[in-house]
Design a protein around this ligand. Structure first.
Ligand code: ARG
Length: 288
């Protein structure tokens, strides 16, 4: 078994107000008001009733995996009554160095989250960047840093016009990938950059052009495709902290592929969040 070299545990967010602590820092939001209250993606349309008490226990298990098993710090965003999707902090913003590019949601149901997140980032000392009103952008749900560039999804939620604004705000080049499958409506449910240049992805979520972009950028020996069955269990929606990768249970093939490359794998049951169309990565945002 090979192992992931510590020198390759590069922070995907650069130098932020939290990176000085020397420990990876993740933003989460307790699921106090989480439920499936409306349907803005196919998972929500098909969802059986959400068990909110079970969701709280599942979120606690994810919190423990992140803090105790992966050794990261967690900052908490205060939950807001009436904003059930605020738990999905991945969408709050795209963070790079001091910049937090705040989400501007396509669906009106999520727009009241925008000022809540903008205020939080401002208070922490980030340079807060807002999208113009006519350009939708759903934060790190649709923009993922891999090495020195960003894989960014567009069409279902995020507008492609946001990508050049992301470059203007962060100086990072953006690789624009069309999301062609309504079930994989954010890029973070079908693609996941990992330490040491690895990348998990679901080929079926992209068209031929998108797959060609992935293959042209990521060396073949670093590319980890997942099966359609495991992608549907949100295998690509993984949280990578140093050499630990955390994701929903039920993806044994991905677990084996990652272990063979030297990663430590932690699987946490997140069934109640899948009903809202999210899993481990959606419930987190790397901020340092
Ligand atoms: N119900 C939320 C939505 O449809 C889920 C968001 C999941 N977040 C993510 N980063 N993929 O917007």
């Amino acid at each position: 078994m090979s192992s992931i070299s510590a020198k390759n545990w590069v922070s995907p967010v650069g130098e932020t107000p939290f990176s000085k602590k020397g420990k990876p820092t993740i933003l989460m939001c307790p699921p106090t008001y989480f439920t499936v209250a409306y349907a803005i993606n196919p998972w929500m349309e098909e969802a059986s009733p959400c068990n909110e008490e079970l969701a709280k226990r599942q979120w606690e298990n994810l919190y423990k995996a992140i803090t105790e098993q992966a050794g990261a710090d967690v900052e908490l965003l205060e939950p807001v009554d009436g904003l059930p999707d605020l738990v999905f902090t991945a969408n709050a913003a795209f963070v790079h160095n001091n910049n937090a590019v705040i989400a501007h949601y396509k669906h009106p149901e999520r727009r009241p989250e925008e000022p809540v997140c903008a205020q939080w980032f401002e208070k922490q000392g980030f340079n807060v960047v807002r999208m113009p009103d006519h350009i939708f952008f759903e934060g790190a749900g649709d923009a993922l840093t891999w090495q020195d560039r960003v894989f960014a999804g567009y069409k279902t939620r995020t507008d492609i016009a946001s990508h050049s604004l992301l470059t203007a705000a962060t100086d990072l080049p953006v690789l624009s990938m069309e999301l062609i499958n309504p079930r994989y409506y954010h890029i973070d449910v079908c693609l996941c950059p990992l330490a040491d240049g690895h990348l998990i992805y679901s080929p079926d979520a992209f068209d031929e052009y998108g797959r060609a972009v992935v293959e042209a950028n990521v060396p073949a020996d670093k590319l980890i495709p997942v099966t359609p069955e495991e992608a549907a269990r949100f295998a690509c929606n993984a949280v990578n902290i140093n050499d630990t990768v955390i994701f929903n249970q039920g993806s044994s093939q991905l677990a084996a592929d990652l272990k063979a490359r030297g990663f430590k794998v932690v699987q946490v049951d997140l069934s109640e969040f899948l009903k809202a169309g999210g899993s481990s990565k959606c419930l987190t945002l790397r901020i340092g």
